[in-house]
Design a protein around this ligand. Structure first.
Ligand SMILES: NC(=O)C1=CN([C@@H]2O[C@H](COP(=O)(O)OP(=O)(O)OC[C@H]3O[C@@H](n4cnc5c(N)ncnc54)[C@H](OP(=O)(O)O)[C@@H]3O)[C@@H](O)[C@H]2O)C=CC1
Ligand SMILES: CC[C@](O)(C(C)=O)C(=O)O
Ligand SMILES: [Mg+2]
Ligand SMILES: [Mg+2]
Length: 403
């Protein structure tokens, strides 16, 4: 234990020196603070619990996990010293993953349509045309690891054009199993002579960035579709760390896309909007004020109770409520489960048989996809429940005006 403690302290001082060096470079400043925190906490963890064991028991199922602590910054930088990460597409994930990998000291370039919205945003984030910002084709040409973060629809529509550029020796990376799994619809069939890997952050690209800046990490899944070099999984895990993952669990491309499309069409986004609206409307129809209906539906959920679930689980949240609430929650939870399970079965089938994929490809493949989505999202924003939400949020003592 004494020698392991001494080696951890040596590691800490090494990592601290690396981070301090980075502090002298302005573009690395924000991340460097989080790196200092990150290596401090990693080293502390090693001293307290020399685990090293990567197969964990998840409620009776054994799963392999990969942790950031196995990839200190110096090791990560050395691993990618001869690589250029060419990140194609600069939406939510392009922004988060690109900036994190750059702040981790890796050689990252961006490839997007010239003079589009992403081009503008990339410049705003400090990517420089001709130096670190290129057309899609030029970025692929310059890159060794091609990170395809175009929209899923654009991955399909651009494929015939960009696939000849993904030559032997390069690596093809995705953050979703979508393009490769639904190949009959997307026509994305990777070249046979490149590694094809996936790291799928389980959260928005915006959170990928904010968690990294806080010295924390997003959970991601990791998978290999094609292993030409024999090193594909190791490379995927290393990229996962580079883009800001805290820990990664293993999956396949198919399992990733089936679960992801189900999750976002279910509890993560669609189901929660449906549930909120249903309860809000019943309260309003029974004479409750907008204030009361919103507070009992959304504000209390997001500001008080859901964070408790995130902190310590559902029973902890139930226990933090009155015994009256606990009785009612215990009685009604199985009713909601039984009522909703058939909806989730239907949803899963629609994902598995490709219906959801074809809809996404058709809709987001339109030239007007941004405006079309914005129009429907505006309709949600204009629903009474969310108009009330704006007023309620403005009454929070720590409110800062929304734009
Ligand atoms: N959003 C998220 O948080 C998550 C996303 N993912 C996955 O990551 C990948 C990227 O998603 P996300 O970051 O949300 O990006 P978006 O789906 O918002 O796609 C945006 C990017 O696609 C480009 N694009 C769209 N149409 C075209 C086209 N016809 N030709 C060229 N470029 C085009 C846009 O460029 P332009 O501005 O020029 O239109 C922009 O750079 C997807 O596979 C997604 O499923 C995974 C986990 C979470
Ligand atoms: C929940 C939506 C998501 O799957 C995500 C942020 O993980 C997405 O595709 O954006
Ligand atoms: Mg997702
Ligand atoms: Mg998704």
């Amino acid at each position: 234990m004494a020698s392991s403690t001494a080696s951890c302290l040596r590691a800490l001082s090494r990592h601290t020196r690396v981070a301090q060096r980075l502090l002298t470079k302005k573009s690395f400043q924000t991340a460097s603070y989080s790196l200092l925190a990150r290596h401090q906490s990693v080293t502390n963890k090693r001293v307290l619990a020399t685990r090293g064991l990567k197969t964990l028991d998840f409620a009776g199922s054994k799963e392999v996990v990969y942790e950031r602590s196995d990839w200190p910054l110096a090791k990560l930088q050395n691993y990618f010293k001869n690589d250029t990460l060419a990140l194609i597409g600069y939406g939510s994930q392009g922004h988060g993953q690109g900036l994190n990998a750059r702040d981790n000291g890796l050689n990252v370039i961006i490839g997007v349509r010239k003079d589009g919205e992403s081009w503008r945003q990339a410049i705003e984030d400090g990517w420089v045309p001709g130096e670190s910002l290129f057309s899609i084709e030029e970025a692929i040409d310059r890159g060794t690891i091609i990170m395809n973060l175009l929209s899923d629809a654009a991955q399909s529509s651009t494929w015939s054009h960009i696939s000849p550029l993904i030559t032997k020796g390069k690596t093809l990376y995705f953050s979703h199993g979508f393009s490769v799994v639904y190949k009959d619809d997307t026509k994305v069939i990777p070249p046979k002579d490149v590694d094809v890997i996936l790291v799928a952050p389980k959260g928005s690209g915006r959170t990928v960035r904010t968690l990294f800046k806080e010295g924390r990490g997003i959970n991601s899944s990791v998978a290999v579709f094609q292993d030409v070099t024999g090193k594909a999984m190791e490379k995927a895990v290393a990229i996962g760390v580079a883009i800001g993952s805290g820990y990664m669990y293993e999956t396949t491309f198919e399992k990733e896309v089936f679960s992801d499309l189900t999750g976002e069409r279910g509890v993560l986004a669609a189901a929660i909007q449906g549930l909120f609206c249903a309860q809000y409307k019943v309260l309003r129809a029974n004479g409750h004020s907008p204030s009361e209906a919103f507070n009992e539906t959304v504000e209390e959920a997001t500001q008080s109770l859901y964070p408790l679930i995130g902190e310590k689980g559902m029973d902890y949240m139930f226990n933090a409520c009155s015994t009256t609430a606990r009785r009612g929650a215990l009685d009604w939870a199985p009713i909601f489960e039984a009522t909703n399970r058939p909806v989730f079965e239907k949803l899963y089938e629609s994902v598995k048989n490709g219906t959801e994929t074809r809809k996404a490809l058709e809709f987001n493949g339109r030239a007007t996809y941004r405006e079309d989505l914005a129009k429907e999202l505006k309709e949600i924003d204009e629903q009474e429940i969310w108009r009330v939400g704006k007023v309620v949020r403005s009454l929070r003592p720590d409110y800062t005006p929304e734009h």
